[in-house]
Each structure stands twice: as C-alpha cells, then as structure tokens.
Design a protein around this ligand. Structure first.
Ligand code: P6P
Length: 340
C-alpha cells in the first residue's frame, strides 16, 4: 500500500512560515516569491518537453551579451517578465537577456522590490539535454515611492533580501535563501508542487571538486594557472588534489558543488579581462546563497557580495564554493595583485 507521505511541506507553506517571523509583513515579498515559483513551474514544463515541441534551437538573434538567443531563453525571459510584478510588488526588473531594465509604474502597488534574473543560464546546452537553470536576486527599493531610479537597481549583493536558483535537471529543484538558511525544494510534477527536500543546506567547508574551462588556460594569468595547477595537484594540508567536473552550465556546476563540496572558477581571460559572468544576475545571487550555506564567493580580490555594480550587465571574475578553498584562491590571487 502506498505510504502516506509525512511532513511534506510545499514551498508556499515554507515561505508563509518565513513571513510569520515578520508580524508586520504585508505579504508582498511572499507574493513575489510565489510569482517566481509559478514562473519556474512554467519554464520547467517547457524545458522538460523541449525535444517534443518546436522550441529547441536558436532564434537567430543575439542578446545584449552578443550571445545567440536560444528559443527557450526567449521563452523563459518572457515568462519571468509576464509573471513578476502583476501585483505591484516590483518596481524594476533586470534580465540578462535585455539591454535595459524594465521600470514598472508603482502606482498600483508597493513597488517595494527589484528583481534581477538570468531566465535560462547555460541554454546553449539545451539541445543536448544538459541541465540548465534560472538565477534570481531580490533587492529592496531604496528611494521613496515616487522616484524609482538607478540607485535602486545598482545595489551590492550584500543588500540582497533573497536570492535563489532553479536547476532543470534529472529533477527540477528550487533553491533559495531569504537570509534564514538555504533550502531546496524538488518539483513533484504529478501534483505541480515544489516540496521541501533539502532543508538548511550547508556546503562542505572544503571540497574535492573544481569546475573550470581549462581550454582557456593559455589566456589566464600565470597566477591563475598556478592556482588551478595546485587545485589539481594538491597542496600542503590538502594532498591528492581535486577532481575536475565542468558541465558548462553554471547553475548545474554550482548546485553540485554546493551539495558535495567544490569550487567553480571563471577567471579573467585576455579577451574577457573582467571575466564572463554577470555580477547582478549570476554572481551576486549565487554568492548570497553560497555565504548563507557556509561557503564563500570572491572576484579574486575580495567578496563578490561587496561589489557595487556600475551597471546591470557588469561582469566579474568568479571563484565560488567551499569557503576554505575559495579563501585560499583569493589569498593566492590577491597576493599577486591579480585582476587578470
Ligand atoms: P564557457 C553559460 O553560457 C555560462 O554563462 C555559464 O552557465 C557557464 O558556466 C559558462 O557560461 C560556460 O562558459 O566559456 O566555459 O563556455
């Protein structure tokens, strides 16, 4: 006989529990998280059946990053833009796929939040059925109600109210933090609910995996080459070295390293001196997750979370994962004064 499920908790119930910790809460924040959850379910539905409908491949267009836009990129971006802010909680939306932020009239609601997202990261892998993901960060508006401005958008990761990602893999998982632990929810497609499956995720202090595209090693600085060589070969106190695991999909690499212990690296290269990854819609939200799970994220000189963006699409080098390993990398690179 089917076992009666025990202690099942939906993501909505989890978010309401969080809200109950703030007696004066308006419900706007919970409503915004629920809108993101709803968008994630819609995207998951399309991603998991992508091979069966005409939604694979590229649109033939390029995004603001100069990258080929996949049909599912475009779809996921439209889903987020349409699902968020319906109830007036959002005053600005920023997407990795669109050059300019979207400023929403705050007339019909509190307009209290800013949401920045990468609607479908790693999408070049979709046609090969490799895991892809969505990343989002939520900040609180700083200016007064009438005058939303760039100052509200360009905030450091340290000021995030919440961040998270959805990984569309062998299962669809929604992982988020609102500053009180990092929690993972697995989608049960048969009932259309994200159910709590990984409560209070704590990433190992040191890891045995490193994730980097070594095809670029000739374009790295000598210091980065030395660091990666030591990660592979071992160092005093960490003999044996690490194993390489690189999917080419940041959310999938980050998620595996978060659970198992490991470090993801995207160093600067000669043609990308600031690195490839975007601060606001990739590095900062994942750094917020990493730190709340006991890990750390650096640009090679200091904490990702302390970097104040100079624009929505600002790029940064990224070293993120197990705290001991990322701090060791930062110490090595900052000693060398390395930014490239
Ligand atoms: P490369 C995908 O385009 C992405 O932004 C991340 O998801 C991924 O980790 C990285 O770029 C892969 O970049 O240069 O190794 O192909």
């Amino acid at each position: 006989m089917t076992q009666v499920p025990r202690n099942l908790q939906t993501i909505e119930a989890h978010m309401l529990e969080l809200q109950s910790l703030h007696p004066g809460a308006s419900g706007d924040f919970t409503g915004l998280l629920n809108d993101i959850t709803f968008a994630a379910k819609i995207i998951s539905r399309e991603v998991t059946k992508a091979g069966l409908v005409d939604i694979l491949g590229a649109t033939g267009e390029e995004n603001v990053q100069g990258e080929a836009v996949q049909k599912l990129d475009d779809y996921a971006n439209k889903v987020f833009l349409n699902c968020l802010g319906k109830r007036g909680q959002v005053c600005i939306m920023g997407s990795e796929e669109t050059a300019e932020p979207v400023y929403l009239p705050v007339s019909q609601g509190s307009g209290r939040y800013i949401v920045v997202f990468d609607p479908l990261d790693g999408s070049s892998n979709i046609d090969a059925n490799v895991s892809v993901g969505t990343i989002f960060g939520i900040w609180r508006r700083r200016s007064d109600r009438a005058h939303v401005c760039a100052e509200d958008l360009l905030q450091p990761g340290r000021d995030l109210v919440a961040s998270g990602y959805i990984v569309y893999g062998s299962s669809t998982m929604f992982v988020y933090t609102a500053g009180k632990g990092v929690h993972g929810f697995t989608l049960d497609p048969s009932i259309g609910e994200f159910l709590l499956s990984h409560e209070n995720i704590a990433t190992p202090f040191s890891g045995h995996l490193y994730s980097v595209n070594e095809a670029y090693q000739n374009d790295w600085s000598a210091e980065v080459r030395e660091v990666v060589g030591i990660l592979k070969g071992g160092r005093p106190g960490r003999p044996g070295g690490m194993s390489g695991r690189y999917i080419g999909s940041l959310v999938a690499d980050f998620h595996r390293n978060l659970l198992y212990g490991g470090t993801y690296l995207y160093p600067p290269t000669t043609d990308k001196p600031a690195g490839k990854l975007r601060l606001m819609c990739e590095a900062a939200p994942l750094a917020f997750i990493a730190e709340h799970a006991g890990g750390y994220a650096s640009d090679g000189a200091g904490p990702i979370l302390d970097i104040v963006p100079d624009g929505l699409h600002m790029r940064v080098p990224l070293y993120i994962g197990s705290r001991e390993d990322v701090l060791w990398i930062e110490k090595k690179l900052s000693a060398a004064g390395d930014k490239l």
